[in-house]
Design a protein around this ligand. Structure first.
Ligand SMILES: Nc1ncnc2c1ncn2[C@@H]1O[C@H](COP(=O)(O)OP(=O)(O)OP(=O)(O)O)[C@@H](O)[C@H]1O
Length: 396
């Protein structure tokens, strides 16, 4: 066994491909962010109020995934903290810390105080947070990343509370930065929260192929050995990611995974075939992740579609609902309305798991033609590996 591990370690150490793979990992924060100068400038000029000892306006940041929202925000906040004494910030990813309790606990811990594991109510945590805020003379920026995920699960109560917090302090010193990649999400917020959070707005447009190429080139120099990659491979990764929606994370992933595949195959350089394999591997992982994290009834609707399209090409919403209903009966679970199932179908279509095309059937009115848009085996794997109840359906 140990030889296997030695082999892996040796090949990693002697990799003909990577000089420093870490530069391509998602959590690496680069110290330069090309093509985001405008956003950096705008964010810095809003935050510059802290120089005068005043609280900056709240800021709402939105843009599609991988457009540099998190990287730019962290980059600017870090520099401000280094340069300005009476300033501090808290960064919370609310997909991970998605309850009011967790968010308050994170704020308190980020401000340097401990939170015991159990035995404290949310109200008590809130009081403790206020106490910390009252005792500091610093301006505090609270950054809530991926706020749509949290609000969808638990509502915007905590956002409302935080937007009002200055009225409970001795002076205005807390500002919020809310980040989301779901533009439509803004419309669902309580209007008071929305107007308060959007005192300033910052939009992150997708990167185009040239911009992605530039970003990748700068990383490739740090990450790869000389001769392991050429410009045409970088252009290809940039073009593929730009075609998707200008997502820098995706472009960097493509480059890294293509490098890993080349390494695994003991090649000395990355080829277009490696990039193609990487694209398929990443897409497979994405599909798996999306399906694994779906809510239970969305998974059941997907199971119905997988079953229903087994022997025919497409299904209608009504047919999906019938199958869904019988599945809930088999499993003895509660049932949602046909209207909700229709919404779920739209959601699955939006994330690219199924296609739901509206077709006009003349005097029979309009209906949807629903079909699976991803590899069936991956979909089934993601469903049964993440839910025992669904695994039981396939084992029947
Ligand atoms: N201009 C840039 N230069 C270099 N790297 C970048 C740039 N923009 C983004 N990246 C890199 O791309 C990846 C994704 O960026 P980031 O996490 O900031 O995206 P995001 O807009 O916050 O996405 P999401 O909404 O999915 O969280 C990170 O690894 C980041 O370092």
């Amino acid at each position: 066994m140990s030889e296997i591990i030695d082999d892996i370690l040796n090949s990693t150490r002697d990799s003909p491909i990577f000089k420093n793979r870490e530069y391509l990992l998602p959590d690496y924060i680069p110290n330069e962010l090309p093509h985001r100068e405008e956003q950096i400038k705008k964010l810095a000029s809003i935050l510059a109020q802290v120089y005068k000892g005043s609280k900056p306006n709240n800021i709402f940041i939105y843009g599609l995934t991988g457009t540099g929202k998190t990287a730019v925000t962290k980059f600017v906040l870090k520099i401000f903290q280094e340069k300005i004494k009476n300033f501090t910030y808290v960064y919370i990813n609310t997909r991970q810390s998605d309850t009011t309790y967790r968010i308050l606990a994170d704020i308190i811990e980020n401000m340097g105080e401990k939170v015991p594991f159990t035995g404290i109510s949310t109200a008590e945590l809130y009081r403790r947070m206020l106490k910390i805020f009252l005792s500091t003379n610093k301006i505090i920026i609270i950054t809530l990343d991926e706020i749509d995920a949290m609000v969808k699960k638990h509502g915007d109560d905590i956002l409302y509370k935080l937007t009002r917090i200055n009225s409970e302090l001795d002076k205005s010193k807390v500002s919020l930065i809310g980040i989301t990649n779901d533009v439509k999400f803004v419309d669902n917020l309580d209007p008071r929260v929305r107007s308060s959070l959007s005192e300033e707005e910052l939009v992150f447009p997708p990167y185009n192929a040239n911009e992605l190429e530039d970003i990748l080139k700068r990383r490739a120099v740090l990450a790869f050995k000389d001769g392991a990659i050429n410009n045409s491979i970088i252009s290809l990764c940039a073009a593929l990611a730009a075609r998707d929606h200008g997502d820098a994370r995706r472009a960097l992933d493509l480059l890294r995974v293509a490098g890993e595949i080349a390494e695994r195959l003991k090649c000395n350089s990355i080829s277009t075939e490696h990039v193609e394999k990487a694209r398929i591997e990443i897409e497979r992982d994405r599909v798996y992740e999306v399906i694994a994290s779906l809510p239970f009834h969305s998974k059941l609707v997907l199971v119905s579609i997988i079953y229903g399209t087994e022997n025919k090409n497409t299904m209608t919403t009504g047919e999906v609902y019938e199958l869904y209903k019988s599945l809930t009966k088999t499993l003895g679970t509660e049932i949602v309305t046909q209207r909700r199932v229709s919404d779920i179908i739209n959601e699955l279509d939006m994330v690219g798991i199924i296609t739901a095309k509206v077709v006009n059937r003349g005097r029979y009115g309009k209906t949807k033609e629903i079909n699976l848009a991803v590899d069936k085996m991956i979909a089934i794997k993601a469903l049964i590996e993440n839910d025992e109840r669904l695994a039981s359906i396939w084992n029947r």
